[in-house]
Design a protein around this ligand. Structure first.
Ligand code: IMP
Length: 185
């Protein structure tokens, strides 16, 4: 990587590493759901849009894509606490096989909320596929398909942002602490 944005500390996952792992996850998911009907993938906006787009194009089973948008952390790199639905699914999910597709799990609050909310709609099955999980306390439902575990730092790229910036970088990088602490002061 010759030129890296000066706001970034280091690249944690290269484009090649991500793409290999996404293909592996898609292969595993395709095998696991081969005997089922249509798989209903629920991408969580905005962060998961690139991961989901790459993942579904590697699937070899029939599937449908839908999205939900949740309240985010705003412009801060710390949790605001409450999770709320900003945009809901287009269709009922009763008796369907649901795969939640999330970009990142940090505290686990978002994924726990999603699990609880979607489980209440009586799907046939509900699993999750997450690109990266931060190291630390795990107090949420187990992740069924996990791409990578990363250190507990703020990361951007491959769909993930800081204050709506850096989302379209092709790799996943650690943001310099000075970038987000300066905004907080
Ligand atoms: P959790 O509820 O603490 O697990 O946080 C999940 C949500 O917070 C993710 O879906 C992201 O939108 C956001 N988030 C947490 N950590 C990061 C990060 O390092 N970079 C970008 N977004 C993050």
């Amino acid at each position: 990587m010759s030129k890296i944005n000066p706001d970034l500390e280091r690249v944690l996952l290269t484009q090649e590493e991500i793409s290999l792992r996404v293909a592996e996850l898609a292969q595993q998911i395709s095998e696991d759901y081969r005997q089922n009907g249509n798989l209903y993938l629920v991408g969580i906006l905005k962060g998961a849009f690139i991961f989901l787009a790459d993942l579904v194009r590697e699937l070899t089973i029939p599937h449908t894509v839908d999205f939900m948008a949740l309240s985010s952390y705003g412009n801060s790199a710390t949790s605001s606490g409450a999770v709320r639905i900003l945009m809901d699914l287009r269709a009922p999910i009763e008796n369907r096989d649901i795969l939640l597709v999330e970009d990142i799990v940090d505290t686990g609050q978002t994924i726990s909320y999603l699990h609880k909310t979607l489980q209440g709609r009586r799907p046939r099955s509900l699993k999750s596929c997450v690109l990266v999980q931060k190291e630390g306390d795990v107090s949420h439902e187990p992740i069924d398909y996990l791409g990578f575990t990363i250190p507990n730092v703020w990361v951007v790229g491959y769909g993930l942002d800081y204050a709506e910036t850096y989302r379209t970088l092709p790799y996943l990088a650690e943001l310099k602490r000075s970038v987000y602490t300066k905004d907080a002061s």
